[in-house]
Design a protein around this ligand. Structure first.
Ligand SMILES: Nc1ncnc2c1ncn2[C@@H]1O[C@H](COP(=O)(O)OP(=O)(O)OP(=O)(O)O)[C@@H](O)[C@H]1O
Ligand SMILES: [Mg+2]
Length: 223
């Protein structure tokens, strides 16, 4: 099932000089896909992920999420679609700083498709991610790796159809990076699609389809 499609998508930034990180990009993400996108720093990987999650407006082309042209949706419909279908792992910490780890996860759950809080599910996920002992800590009382895992937990808690992960293994040692990849594979086996953006080819190689972003274009890498 097609969950995300980019058709001739272009995106530029105008800040004095014009920067065009995405130029006529075509990409289809189907249920069961594990896609990695590599590329050097500043090339446009985060921009691409933001565009895929409809968090950034595109200049040209079309974005389809869950087979819907996002341009045909109202803001409310798009908000609901994102909340119900997409788990976004941001490159920078954007947990809610005034809420504890557990409260951050409860809040995310309350916004999800079931609109309920299931503390048992939160406990299970925190345990899996080695966070249970830190459940009452505020984000700034966590280590960098714990915060990264907390953001991953937040993205997984509502069982999204599409996980968009921006450098998810940053701040993690090999043990935890490997655990995260395993969690993604489990989600894929349950009917999710995962797109990870990374500059680390070790973890990119875990994906079944690898792309490289360079000079505005996506190129398929041979496995
Ligand atoms: N809001 C913005 N306004 C202007 N330029 C921007 C904006 N966001 C990103 N850029 C520029 O677009 C380019 C791509 O940025 P992006 O964050 O997508 O790169 P990246 O590949 O994710 O880099 P990194 O690996 O360092 O995270 C950069 O040159 C950056 O300066
Ligand atoms: Mg980035």
């Amino acid at each position: 099932m097609e969950i995300c499609k980019l058709q001739n998508v272009s995106k530029s930034y105008m800040m004095g000089e014009k920067v065009s990180p995405l130029q006529n990009i075509n990409l289809v993400v189907n249920t069961g896909d594990f896609i990695s996108i590599e590329g050097s720093s500043g090339i446009g990987k985060s921009t691409l992920l933001y565009v895929m999650g409809s968090l950034l407006k595109i200049d040209e082309g079309k974005l389809y999420l869950d087979n819907k042209d996002v341009n045909s949706l109202t803001d409310q419909q798009l908000t609901n679609l994102r909340a119900e279908k997409i788990g976004f792992i941001f490159q920078e910490n954007n947990l809610i700083q005034a809420l504890t780890l557990q409260e951050n996860l409860e809040f995310a759950q309350a916004l999800g498709k079931k609109r309920i809080t299931d503390s048992q599910e939160i406990v299970t996920l925190m345990e899996r991610l080695g966070l249970l002992e830190r459940k009452d800590y505020l984000p700034n009382q966590l280590s960098g790796g714990q915060r990264r895992r907390a953001m991953i937990a937040r993205a997984l808690i509502n069982h999204p159809s599409l996980i968009l992960a921006d450098e998810p293994t940053n701040d993690l040692d090999d043990f935890w990076a490997n655990e995260i990849v395993q969690l993604f594979v489990e989600a894929i086996n349950k009917g999710c699609a995962v797109v990870i953006v990374t500059h680390n080819n070790k973890w990119a190689a875990e994906a079944t389809v690898q792309y490289r972003l360079k000079y505005g274009k996506l190129a398929l890498l041979d496995k």
